[in-house]
Write a protein that binds this ligand. Sequence first.
Ligand code: GLC
Length: 802
Amino acid sequence: MIINTELEQKGNTFPSKIVSYTKDVDTLVFTTENDVALQIQILRDSVLRFRYSTTGIFSPDFSYAITKYASTGYNQLEIEEAENSYIITTSKLICKVSKANLKVELYDSKDQTLINQDELGFHWEESYEFGGDIVKMSKVSQEGESYYGLGDKPNHLNLKGRRYENWVTDSYAFGKDTDPIYKAIPFYTGLINKKAYGVFFDNTFRSYFDFAQERRNVTSFWAQGGEMNYYFFYGPKMTDVVEAYTDLTGKPHQLPPLWALGFHQCKWSYYPESKVKEITSKFRELQIPCDAIYLDIDYMEGFRCFTWNKEYFPDPKRMVKELEKEGFKTVAIIDPGIKVDKDYWVYQEGLENDYFCKRADGPYMKGKVWPGECYFPDFTNPEVREWWSGLFKELIEDIGIKGVWNDMNEPAVMEVPNKTFPDDVRHDYEGNRCSHRKAHNIYGMQMARATYQGLKKFSYPKRPFVITRAAYSGTQRYTSTWTGDNVANWEHLWVANIQVQRMAMSGFSFAGSDIGGFAEQPHGELFARWIQLGVFHPFFRVHSSGHHGDQEPWTFDEDVTEIVKKFIELRYQLLPYFYTTFWHYVEKGTPMVKSLVMFDQEDSHTHYRTDEFVFGEHILGCPILEPNAKGRRMYLPRGKWYNFWTDTVVRGGKEMWVDADIDSMPIFIKEGAIVPKYPVQQYVGEKVIDEVVLDVYYKKGKEDSQFFDDSHDGYDYTKGRFCLRTFKLTGRDNQLIIQQHKEGSFETEYKKFKIQIHGLPFEITNIELDNESKPLEHLKVNGCQTIVVDESFTELDLSGKE
Ligand code: GLC
């Protein structure tokens, strides 16, 4: 055999010993004898950035993931040179860099425990196939370490023992083990000795993560190009880690309009107009709440974006207006592929302005999608995004579409084996021109961003609503998302639950699945169980391919319709609670859905749980994932919980059986919680709400709850016109005190709270409201311990005898 020794793979190459070091304010650079440079930037006491270069020179620093609003600043930064290492100390972390080989160790600065340590550390391999380097990092996986996050991976919540790839991929009818699928979110949280840290590998090339699969004591990540560039976040609380990652990659730029948290009905496709109306009328006739109706690709003329099929929809503006009168917001799909058609204005504009992606040797990138042969805008060019956002003017401003659904933006290409563009396609990448290998994972994100910018402009003064299928880290700033083309079976219900939890711990809370399953047809029971789970998903939409039958709430038997209605009504009652949870997400990056491990990481029983989750601060849900179930075993986290349906109080920290026949689902409320509820409405804004229910769950001890409200749309809340209530509950054997503190200048339309007290262990004999004693009858105490008070009360003190 003849071997060309010149081309022989060199294999892994490693940094050698440090020969110099510089410091510039918050940035340190270590250089090795073989010209490797490690730049460590201290962003916050608990957030460090590690960047490596194999040539000693760094390329221009640019990332689509990082938001300009990210917090920076630290309290402490000390650098010390020890015999074998450099030691960087902040108020949260100690980072040691080995002089011999650039390997890094990270410790908790309070108790000096080891959090994370390089195994081989940074190394690289020259790639003859691609040119450039494959950049690699391997870290020690400690005994008992667990891993979470990584976007939409449809497998066990704990990533340990598995290997994953990040390459955004159209994945029709994906399965539990399919990888990669639609999203690339190269961020994970590690949990070791009950302490959590996070790693965000901000590299958009095809990347891989191995969580102690290949070698039991090693976790590694690598990419087929670009830089080894990662951020390290230290908790020690998991929520702190996810919040810090979300702060860096961006919280949603604004709250969604409240209607977007209502129920959405979708199908591929509702057309013509009469069909759309038939569906929306049926919702109102059956009094099943619904806020949004979707138009899939058939509303267009030959699948040409920004056009209408005039046969199916002769007067879209009128239709949208009529739907709006009934409380329906119309959401329309827009895909990236622009039909190659010389008589089509969008195609013409794109061509004239040179906005379409091209192959390396010059011709346009041509690919088949729904309309046939298409060209694709280069959304990585700011000028193209500007143009694209402008295309929404008519749809939004004139026709009155309220939301836009971006699909196929991986970008998906049909009839080619790799399902997307060839690697050589060129992209502008904000002036840092590159190939598709680098731009692929952010293409969909930039499309959603351009769409968002259009909606933001043309929906003003209302808030925009966008939904995307493809995403990279940071996409949560602009849009909501769904989990793509799932399948109507029980396993996919399990997958949907995992994916939404996983997305939430990957900084992207505004997510949901195609309820009922996109491909194939669910049985009524599966549909009902899926709706029950969907109630607790921030994005709550039924969608199906339509090839296998209908999937509206009334297409199964009457019992199913009743159950679905009951649960959608529950969603509408809980809207103020969901909205408050969303506000926490927008304010602090707090995940809306918390897996049990995130809720109580100190309890190691939670580390491998998959099904149970806590929505917001106080509501625990657990879907039924099997047919013919009358209930299920589940793990209740530590603390005391009220069964939502029966008010029975149970002590958690154990696995237990919970009854939940088909018309029920295990739901528990944390003791001490105060949960605000609206009356059932058929759509957001249907009713003038003159009274809000506060469900108060007695606890012996203290608990805080918040309730955020505003005008449910528009931007006034950013100027202080919101109403944030903090309730402090204090319970004793024969006393319950609720204090309210109000912030913000928004006047709610409701003037009363109906306080419903659950689990009170004593009989009320005395009521004091704002330090005034009130006669019992005056405050309408009745058998159900219900008290009506003015919304501005500051203290309610109930006492009595046991
Ligand atoms: C893709 C989408 C799906 C949509 C269909 C037609 O499969 O994932 O949601 O209905 O395309 O537009």
